[in-house]
Write a protein that binds this ligand. Structure first.
Ligand SMILES: Cc1ncc(C[n+]2csc(CCOP(=O)(O)OP(=O)(O)O)c2C)c(N)n1
Ligand code: SF4
Ligand SMILES: [Mg+2]
Length: 440
């Protein structure tokens, strides 16, 4: 483990790097830290978007905002974040593997000239998964997937984004003393900026190729890949251009999210954790969203997490909702208080949670799924009485629940439903009237 430099942007509790000894990733992180310190950026204004791989472990060392998603997609998340709030300083940390897997995202970001900074941790192989060759592995290089030497020509990341409109492009190695300065230039540039940083994977690429600093420099010059600032030009930055366009058209920006106001008053005094379980196509997620929005409109806090199999139109659909009079800082549910179960697939998926419920908790369940074993109060619901299609059952169940438990007014749920996809008046009326579906 390397000694880690402690700065304003690293966790003050000294979290040591978990990279292999001599790995270039730590060197780059220290330069990023120095760059942010020199810029005196407010950490709350910085978002580090990390990719996957050893380089993807980097965000946890920073005391900034962070987003960690799928391999190769970091640039897409960064684009969304910057579009939503152009004032944020969005920095993507991705490996050469991520550049290959998400190559087209990189090109699109460059074309758009979205104002994010991409720092490529280019160690010429997939470090985390065992040193396989990547898009930047030089010809002839030995990796675990090119035992007799790589036959492919390496991708020139800088030339690729440059040719596609990037407005700041630079290349460096971790041995460059001025790397901090280069990163600062990238961060302060208004449009899309990328710094391709060549470095050492001491676990795989270095031993496989008897690699060292002179060899790295030699590779760069034999490929005719220059170092330093390779492109700097002015082009309209995308998130600002979108806003300019919208204002010229007298339009609202579609992704300018406005917070929901508080129009009703809720009577919830402590946190309640709810699980909705049904089939795909039963609008479980939509109903859970309306339930959450209704709570927010009633002055409460709400979080929602959804789960469904890869197949969107078949199998289970689950939504977990937490409502609270106070801010919810953890969105997971270990012990639910309320379960709404509508279908066999939904029941199968959440069955193990039933034993965690206590006497004061509730299960609102399709009567056809009984019997179940639980200590909670079971309220059987007979949806056949409503004459409504399955896709509206979860709304009816929520209305019934609100009617019995009075967490917040039914009017708030209706207002929340009306904010989403319009329903037929008949359905709204059924929810409003809380069609009696509970079995007496
Ligand atoms: C879509 C996808 N494909 C493959 C993987 C498996 N995977 C995890 S890390 C990794 C290699 C990462 O290499 P790189 O981006 O160069 O980062 P490094 O580990 O070298 O820092 C791969 C292929 C994955 N997580 N997701
Ligand atoms: S496997 Fe390679 S990239 Fe990963 S920490 Fe070790 S040296 Fe660094
Ligand atoms: Mg790599």
């Amino acid at each position: 483990m390397r000694e880690k430099q402690i700065g304003q942007y690293f966790d003050p509790e000294t979290l040591p790097f978990h990279f292999c000894p001599g790995c270039g990733h730590g060197v780059i992180l220290n330069h990023i830290n120095s760059a942010l310190e020199e810029l005196e950026e407010d950490p709350r204004n910085v978002v580090i978007v990390s990719d996957i791989g050893c380089s993807g472990l980097a965000d946890k060392y920073f005391t900034t905002n962070a987003f960690h998603g799928l391999h190769g997609r970091s640039v897409t998340y960064a684009t969304g974040i910057k579009l939503a709030n152009p004032d944020l300083n969005v920095i993507v940390l991705m490996g050469d593997g991520g550049c290959g897997i998400g190559g087209h995202h990189l090109i699109s970001a460059a074309r758009r000239n979205i104002g994010v900074t991409v720092l490529v941790f280019n160690n010429l192989n997939f470090g985390m998964t065992g040193g396989q060759h990547s898009v930047t592995t030089p010809e002839g290089a030995i990796t675990s997937t090119t035992k007799n030497g790589n036959l492919e020509y390496p991708m020139d990341i800088c030339a690729t984004v440059s040719a596609n409109g990037a407005s700041f492009v630079a290349r460096s190695t971790t041995f460059n003393k001025n790397l901090t300065k280069l990163i600062i230039e990238g961060i302060t540039h208004q449009g899309f900026s990328l710094v391709d940083i060549w470095e050492m994977c001491t676990a795989y690429y270095v031993p496989n190729n008897k690699y060292n600093k002179p060899k790295l420099e030699e590779t760069l010059s034999s490929l005719n890949f220059p170092q330093g600032i390779l492109r700097k030009r002015e082009r309209p930055e995308y998130s600002l251009a979108v806003r300019q366009y919208a204002s010229d058209q007298n339009n609202q920006i579609p992704f300018d999210v406005k917070p929901l106001g508080s129009m009703f008053s809720g009577s919830l005094s402590k946190k309640i954790s709810c699980i909705f379980a049904g089939d795909a196509g039963m609008r479980i997620g939509t109903a859970a969203s309306a339930f959450s929005r209704g709570a927010i409109l009633s002055g409460l806090w709400a979080t929602q997490r959804s789960d469904y199999p890869v197949t969107v139109r078949s199998g289970y659909s689950i939504s977990e909702v937490i409502l609270s009079p106070e801010e919810v800082l953890f969105t997971g549910i270990s012990n639910p208080n309320l379960m709404v179960i509508l279908s066999p697939a939904g029941l199968e998926k959440v069955k193990s949670q039933l034993s965690k419920l206590n006497e004061e908790d509730h299960v609102f369940i399709n009567v056809e799924l009984l019997p179940i074993e639980t200590r909670a109060k079971v309220i059987p619901l007979d949806f056949r009485k409503s004459g409504m299609k399955k896709e509206y059952w979860s709304f009816l169940a929520i209305a019934e629940f609100l009617n019995q438990k009075e967490l917040y007014p039914l009017k708030a749920l209706i207002a929340a439903i009306n904010m989403g996809t319009p329903f037929s008046q008949r359905v709204i009326q059924a929810i409003e009237d809380t069609v009696k579906i509970a079995v007496e």
